[in-house]
Design a protein around this ligand. Structure first.
Ligand code: PLP
Length: 295
């Protein structure tokens, strides 16, 4: 029961008939060298990943994360992960880490070593940062142009929009830009002014009492936390919908949230320097619900 925890995985094909995967992954010392210099994930960011939360020993939304990893693999033309193997690796990792507290479990599939025979894969678990302050106080957000018009994913699939690739340098630069402007986080817009997502989160708005998120059209990720949030809201009798959201609608929304697997739901309390109405009671209830999930 220790952190950080690392498992190297030898990926098996998606159609493998194997049912016992114990000999396809092995634990290693998290501080020991593990990747080769020719590794394309580090040289080119050429790989995909997922991060899920483990709360008090319960890994959250394993199936949606595995399914999104498989979708990212298809978009990136990587060998599609074997869901049973990844499920087994996650189960094993969860059995080896502390059963209390919040842990971020990241799993990666890389194209592998240049000219090498196979993809490389690993899983890494570390204590989650303490997000209690932002969950309680919310985040100040700026909008930033993502540089692409609406519909780009369909016209230019080689941009790999909609895949959760390791190439997060742009996403991290957008967060630094937010900090430079005295804010905490960013909402990306298309060049024609439609809401996309945050650099590490989905955007959910309440507009005239209805909860709205941009449709995961291929240009943005389909957030697992946003889907849980919609389940919660539906169970409360609220109306939820996927549709395009223009910047003006965002500005006039009753409330807005950034939601993601480890930070969970945070209220937007300022937008482009202007105070923004927040529904902290709902944020608190939602986070209590998200933290209580056992699967
Ligand atoms: N969009 C982007 C670009 C992300 O990086 C993330 C999470 O890291 C999300 C959305 C939210 O996804 P999830 O709720 O599955 O964590």
């Amino acid at each position: 029961m220790r952190l950080p925890f690392t498992l190297l995985i030898d990926p098996v094909p998606a159609d493998s008939l194997q049912h016992d995967f114990a000999d396809t992954f092995h634990e290693m010392d998290s501080s020991a060298p593990a990747l080769r210099v020719g590794e394309l994930s580090t040289q080119r960011g050429d790989g995909i990943f997922e991060t899920l939360a483990v709360v008090n020993g319960h890994p959250q939304e394993v199936e949606p994360h595995i399914s999104r990893l498989r979708n990212s693999a298809r978009i990136c033309e990587l060998p599609v992960p074997n869901p049973e193997q990844w499920r087994a690796a996650i189960t094993y990792a969860v059995s080896r880490i502390p059963q209390r507290g919040e842990i971020a479990l990241k799993f990666v599939l890389s194209r592998g070593v240049e000219h090498g025979p196979a993809p490389t894969a690993w899983l890494h678990a570390a204590a989650a940062a303490d997000f209690s302050v932002v969950r309680a106080n919310g985040v100040r957000v700026i909008t930033l142009d993502r540089g692409y018009p609406r519909g780009v994913a369909e016209r230019a699939p080689w941009l790999l929009m909609g895949a959760k690739t390791l190439s997060y340098a742009v996403n991290m630069a957008a967060i630094r830009e937010a900090h430079r402007r005295g804010a905490d986080d960013t909402i990306f817009l298309t060049t024609d002014g439609y809401v996309m997502e945050g650099p590490t989160s989905s955007v959910v708005l309440r507009i005239a009492g209805e909860y709205v998120t941009p449709a995961p059209s291929g240009a943005i990720l389909h957030g697992t936390t946003q889907q849980s949030m919609f389940d919660y809201l539906r169970a409360q009798g609220a109306s939820v919908t996927y549709r395009d959201v223009a910047l003006d609608e965002l500005r006039q929304a009753d409330a807005a949230w950034l939601v993601s697997s480890v930070r969970l739901a945070v209220s937007v309390v300022a937008l482009d320097g202007e105070a923004f109405a927040a529904d902290q009671a709902l944020t608190d209830a939602l986070n209590a619900y998200l933290l209580a999930r056992t699967a």
